[in-house]
Design a protein around this ligand. Structure first.
Ligand code: PMP
Length: 461
């Protein structure tokens, strides 16, 4: 077989890719026609493709490359750990220093009494762990009937059978027999799209109280937990109205249920604190983490668990774990990533310096004729595309048509922005500089102009 390297022509790489590589969340046959863009290297906030184009990655990969690309320290740590101990598990009365050190560090960084870590290879796996863990908790407490987990429509918690069921994405539920039983969904606090005539404050309360109503409908003695992202990410960067979270926390406190904060995107600086729960004043019993834990350099996820839950789970054998739970190379790389985030004060910069700078510039996109709102928290934000700002109206075309057309323009302008239906999203590496923030906004504006022209030319507005 021929050697497949960066040196092959792009078309050849694309043909091989189309022939043998099945892409996640893609229509394979459509992708094969256009060919996937071949990314060959990356540094800082920039990707390079096989045609030599430099692309500004305003999505930090999939919301994960918090420290930026190409940090040599992580390569060194990975190589050292592979030489010393490339693999060992922690199942049968064994442990190793990378897992010990990372767990202790996470216990130090996590708020409150979240002092215990159960590792996974990804966010999906960690949420599968959480589903089993909260149910096991209540079984151990002598309340096995407390097994239902409440989540939200348009939440994203992963795409495995368990985590995809926990999430509230209709597209995921429509394939493969999801959701599994025992999971209930309530509406999301998405004021722009669903708030109608209510003020954001009234709407936030109304949506929070759906949790209370759902618990009462099901019976508190049947509900194990509520799971939610502090800020919905993949759902479109939905920042809840200010009234929402205090009310949800009141309900969780008053009702005897556990709260799982899915911090897979919000964790490790994205919202301007180590965890979104700190930014929004949440008190979870379990936090799901992944992505920014290693800045995406190696796959690792986990559940950071409170003393209360860990004590109960620890009193029995928890028949759960993955071959790669606490993988030594992943733990060592994650620890080095946390060292960089901490020593370079990256989280503080997102809170006090580059974060506010990006927020201010990003807010100006709301002046674009096709943009209804531009909202950002820390360094995650989204804009709503609309033909009529004051009515908060959707486009008449199928939801996502205009978003996709605009994303195409971003791609052509060497800016990676994602669309969720007709919302455009940014979540850049947390190390993005002010000149690169200016460039991001400049390219976004240009792409919006071109997107708007394409939408008008297509007769969609
Ligand atoms: N939870 C949230 C909030 C996520 O955003 C994601 C991934 N986008 C996941 C869980 C799933 O993580 P993974 O893709 O690593 O399985």
């Amino acid at each position: 077989m021929q050697q497949i390297t960066n040196h092959l022509p792009t078309a050849e790489l694309q043909a091989l890719d189309a022939a043998h590589h099945m892409h996640p969340f893609s229509t394979q046959s459509d992708l094969a026609k256009v060919g996937a863009r071949v990314i060959t290297s990356a540094s800082g906030v920039r990707l390079k493709d096989s045609e030599g184009q430099e692309i500004l990655d305003a999505m930090a990969g999939l919301w994960c490359v918090n420290i930026g690309y190409g940090r040599e320290e992580l390569a060194q740590v990975a190589a050292r750990q592979i030489r010393e101990l490339p693999y060992y598990n922690t199942f049968f009365q064994t442990t190793h220093v990378p897992a010990i050190a990372l767990s202790a560090k996470l216990a130090e960084l996590a708020p409150g009494d979240l002092n215990h870590v159960f590792y996974a290879g990804s966010g999906s796996e960690a949420n599968d762990t959480n589903l089993r863990m909260v149910r096991t908790y209540w079984e151990q407490m002598g309340k096995p009937e407390k097994s239902i987990v409440i989540s939200r429509w348009n939440a994203y918690h992963g795409s495995s059978v368990g985590s995809g069921s926990l999430g509230g994405m209709k597209g995921i539920h429509s394939q493969g027999g999801l959701p599994i039983p025992g999971i209930e969904h309530i509406d999301q606090p998405h004021w722009w799209a669903e708030g109608g005539d209510l003020s954001p404050e009234e709407f936030g309360l109304e949506r929070a109280r759906q949790l209370e109503a759902k618990i009462d409908e099901l019976g508190e003695d049947r509900v194990a937990a509520f799971i939610a992202e502090p800020v919905q990410g993949a759902g479109g960067v939905i920042i809840a109205p200010d009234t929402y979270w205090p009310e949800v926390m009141r309900i969780c406190r008053e009702r005897d249920i556990l709260f799982i904060a899915d911090e897979v995107i919000c964790g490790f600086g994205r919202t301007g604190n180590w965890f979104g729960s700190q930014t929004l004043n949440l008190t979870p019993d379990i936090m799901t983490v992944a992505k920014g834990l290693s800045s995406g350099y190696v796959p690792i996820g986990g559940s950071i668990v409170s003393d209360k839950v860990a004590e109960v789970i620890g009193a029995t054998e928890f028949n759960h774990g993955y071959t790669y739970s606490g993988h030594p190379v992943a733990c060592a790389v994650a620890l080095e990533n946390l060292r960089i985030l901490e020593e370079e004060k990256i989280v503080e910069k997102v809170r006090e310096d580059t974060g506010p700078y990006l927020q201010e510039k990003f807010a100006t996109l709301a002046d674009h004729p096709m943009v209804g709102e531009a909202k950002m928290i820390g360094m995650m934000g989204s804009i709503a595309l609309t033909p009529d700002k004051s009515a908060r109206a959707p486009f008449a075309a199928d939801a996502g048509t205009v978003g996709y057309m605009t994303r195409e323009r971003c791609f052509a302008n060497n800016l990676i922005m994602r669309h969720v239906y007709d919302r455009m999203i940014v979540s850049p590496p947390l190390v993005i500089s002010k000149p690169d923030i200016d460039l991001l906004i400049e390219r976004a504006w240009q792409s919006l102009d071109e997107g708007m022209k394409a939408v008008k030319d297509a007769g969609l507005w």
